[in-house]
Design a protein. Structure first.
Ligand code: HEM
Length: 506
C-alpha cells in the first residue's frame, strides 16, 4: 500500500466545495501558515531548505508538473539531499542510492506512524493508531503471500484466468476491440479479488464483480484527495461508495464467498479477536488490502501491454521464449485453456521478467516515506545530515531508475535491460561501485511490499496467456504520458488511453 503522505497538491475544485465562509477561514489559516513558513530557516548541519515563493504549497506545483525534470534540476543545484516545503510539510529527499541503507535502518524514522494516519484518512481504520499488537498481528499475515503459500495463490490465479478467458477461447476467431485500461482493470480486478477473497457461487457473479469493481474505481479515483486529508464529506458521494464497499467486505459478506485465500482467512481471524463481529472496521481493513492488491498491479499491467504492443520485436522475443518453454515441458496449446506453468517455470522466463522490471523502472513514482520521531543526525557516507522532529524523509527511487550512469538511455523502453547473456542481470554500478539497490518499485525495508511476488506472478501469467493464445495489435499507436496526479503514491495511470484488438490465434 503506497502510504503516500498527501496534503501536497493545490486543488482548484476546493474553491467550489468550500464556498466563501470556508474560503475566508482557509485564507486566514493560510496566512498563519505563511507566517510560520517564513519563520523556518536552515539550521547548521541541516540540508539545503527550498521553500519556493508559494506559501504552504511550496514547490508542489512544479513537482507535480514534471517530477523527474524538477527533481533532477534541484539535484544539480543542491546535491543529493535537500528539504522541500510541500503542502505545509517539510520533506527531506534522499537521492543517492548509497545513502538508502542509513535511512532504512534508522529506528527513529518511523513508517508505521506515517501509514497509520493514512489508513485512518483513506479507509477509516482507526484502531491501528492505538493498538500496536493489532499492527504486529496483521503484519504476520503477510507470510501467507510468499513461499509455499504463493504456490497455492498461483494455482488459484491461473484457475481464475481460465474462468475469465475460456469463454472467449471457445468462441469464434474474429477480432475484439477494446480500450486497454478498462481491459486491464477488469481482468486484474476479477483475477485478484477471486484469488484473495474467493469466488461468488451465485449466478449473478459477473454482476457482483462488475459492481464491486465500478465502486472500487470510483473510490480509487478520489484516493489522493482522501490521503491529502480532505474530509470525505467534501468529496461528493464517495462516503456512501466507501460505506458500500466496506459492507461488501464485512465478515458476513465474505462468508458467502468460496475459496478464500489463507492470507484473508488469517487476517479475518485476527480482526475478529480485536473487533466485535458486526464492527464495520473489519470491512475497512479488507478494503485496505483489496486496494493495495489492485491499485498498482492494474497500471503495471497496462504499461506492460502498452510497451509490448508498441514493440513488436520485444513481443516476438517473449512469444518465442514462452513457446520454447511450453514445448520443452511437453505442453501443446490445444482448444480451450490448457497450459500450466509452475513457479520455477514461470521464473525461468527471463525476458518476460525483464520486461516487467523495465516497465516498473520506467513507471514507478513511489516515494519511500519515514516520519522523523525526534531531532536526529543521519550519518551518511559523505556527510552528516540533521533532521528535525515532525518532518518527513523520503527516498525517491525514480531518480535512481532514470540515472543515465546506471541505466543507459534511461528514458527508452528496453525489454531486455535486466538480462545478460540470456540470464537475469542483477549487477548495476554507480561511481564504479556495485549497487545494492538499483530497482525499488516495491519499496524498501519495513515498508517493502509484501504482495510483490503475487503481483509479479499475476502479471506474468496474464501475459503468458495473452501471448500464447491471442494475436494482439495496437490500433491507435500514439505516445501516452504518465498522469502524475498520484505522484509519490505508486504506479501512475496513463493520461489517456489507446484502443487495441485481440483475436484467438489460428
Ligand atoms: C505491481 C504491483 C505492486 C506494486 C508496484 C506495489 C508497491 C508497493 C509499495 C511501493 C509499497 C510500500 C508503500 C510505502 O512504502 O508506503 C506497498 C505496500 C503494500 N503492498 Fe504492494 N504493490 C504491488 C502489488 C501488491 C499486491 C498484489 C498486493 C497483494 C496483497 C500488495 C499488498 C501490499 C500491502 C498489504 C502493503 C502494505 C504493507 C505494510 O503495511 O507494511 N501489493 N506496495
Amino acid at each position: 500500500m503506497s502510504a503516500g503522505m498527501g496534503g501536497f497538491w493545490p486543488e482548484p475544485w476546493l474553491t467550489r466545495s468550500l464556498g466563501y465562509p470556508g474560503l475566508a477561514l482557509a485564507a486566514a489559516l493560510l496566512l498563519l501558515v505563511l507566517c510560520l513558513n517564513a519563520r523556518r530557516t536552515r539550521r547548521p548541519g541541516e540540508p539545503p531548505l527550498i521553500k519556493g515563493w508559494l506559501p504552504y504549497f511550496g514547490q508542489a506545483l512544479k513537482l507535480q508538473k514534471d517530477p523527474l525534470g524538477f527533481m533532477t534540476s534541484l539535484q544539480k543545484q543542491y546535491g543529493d539531499i535537500f528539504t522541500l516545503l510541500l503542502g505545509g510539510k517539510y520533506i527531506t529527499f534522499i537521492l543517492d542510492p548509497f545513502h538508502y541503507t542509513s535511512v532504512a535502518k534508522n529506528q527513529k524514522l518511523s513508517f508505521q506512524i506515517f501509514t497509520n494516519k493514512f489508513l485512518k484518512r483513506v479507509f477509516s481504520i482507526k484502531k491501528m493508531l492505538t493498538d500496536s499488537d493489532l499492527i504486529d498481528e496483521i503484519h504476520s499475515t503477510y507470510q501467507f503471500l510468499q513461499g509455499k503459500h504463493l504456490d497455492i495463490l498461483m494455482e488459484s490465479t491461473m484457475q481464475n484466468l481460465k474462468q475469465v478467458f475460456e469463454p472467449q477461447l471457445l468462441k469464434t476467431t474474429s477480432w475484439s476491440t477494446e480500450y486497454l485500461l478498462p481491459f486491464c482493470n477488469s481482468v486484474i480486478f476479477e483475477m485478484t479479488f477471486t484469488t484473495i477473497y474467493g469466488n461468488i457461487l451465485a449466478d449473478d457473479k459477473k454482476i457482483f464483480i462488475t459492481e464491486l469493481k465500478d465502486d472500487f474505481l470510483k473510490f480509487d479515483e478520489k484516493f489522493t484527495r482522501l490521503a491529502s486529508g480532505i474530509p470525505i464529506e467534501l468529496l461528493g458521494n464517495i462516503k456512501s461508495v466507501r460505506t458500500k464497499l466496506i459492507k461488501d467486505l464485512t465478515t458476513e459478506s465474505l462468508a458467502k464467498l468460496q475459496g478464500m485465500s489463507e492470507v484473508v482467512q488469517r487476517r479475518n481471524d485476527i480482526l475478529e479477536k480485536y473487533y466485535t463481529p458486526k464492527d464495520t472496521e473489519i470491512g475497512a481493513h479488507h478494503l485496505g488490502l483489496l486496494w493495495a492488491s489492485v491499485t498498482n498491479t492494474v497500471p503495471t499491467m497496462f504499461w506492460a501491454m502498452y510497451y509490448l504492443l508498441r514493440n513488436p520485436k520485444a513481443m516476438a522475443v517473449l512469444r518465442d521464449e514462452i513457446d520454447h518453454l511450453l514445448q520443452s515441458t511437453g505442453q501443446k496449446k490445444g482448444p480451450g485453456f490448457s497450459i500450466y506453468l509452475t513457479r520455477e517455470q514461470l521464473d525461468s522466463l527471463v525476458y518476460l521478467e525483464s520486461t516487467i522490471l523495465e516497465v516498473l523502472r520506467l513507471c514507478s513514482f513511489s516515494g519511500i516515506f519515514r516520519f522523523v520521531q525526534e531531532d536526529l543526525t543521519l550519518h551518511l557516507e559523505s556527510q552528516d545530515c540533521c533532521l528535525r522532529k515532525g518532518d518527513f524523509v523520503v527516498i525517491f527511487p525514480p531518480i535512481l531508475h532514470h540515472d543515465p550512469e546506471i541505466f543507459e538511455a534511461p528514458d527508452e523502453f528496453r525489454f531486455d535491460r535486466f538480462t545478460e547473456n540470456g540470464k537475469k542481470k542483477t549487477t548495476f554500478f554507480k561511481r564504479g561501485k556495485k549497487l545494492k539497490y538499483y530497482h525499488l518499485p516495491f519499496g524498501l525495508g519495513v515498508s517493502k511490499c509484501p504482495g510483490r511476488f503475487l503481483a509479479m506472478v499475476e502479471i506474468k501469467q496474464l501475459l503468458v496467456v495473452l501471448l500464447t493464445y491471442f494475436d494482439l495489435e495496437i490500433i491507435d499507436n500514439k505516445p501516452l504520458e504518465l498522469n502524475y496526479s498520484r505522484f509519490l503514491f505508486g504506479i501512475p495511470y496513463p493520461d489517456s488511453d489507446v484502443l487495441f484488438r485481440y483475436k484467438i490465434k489460428s
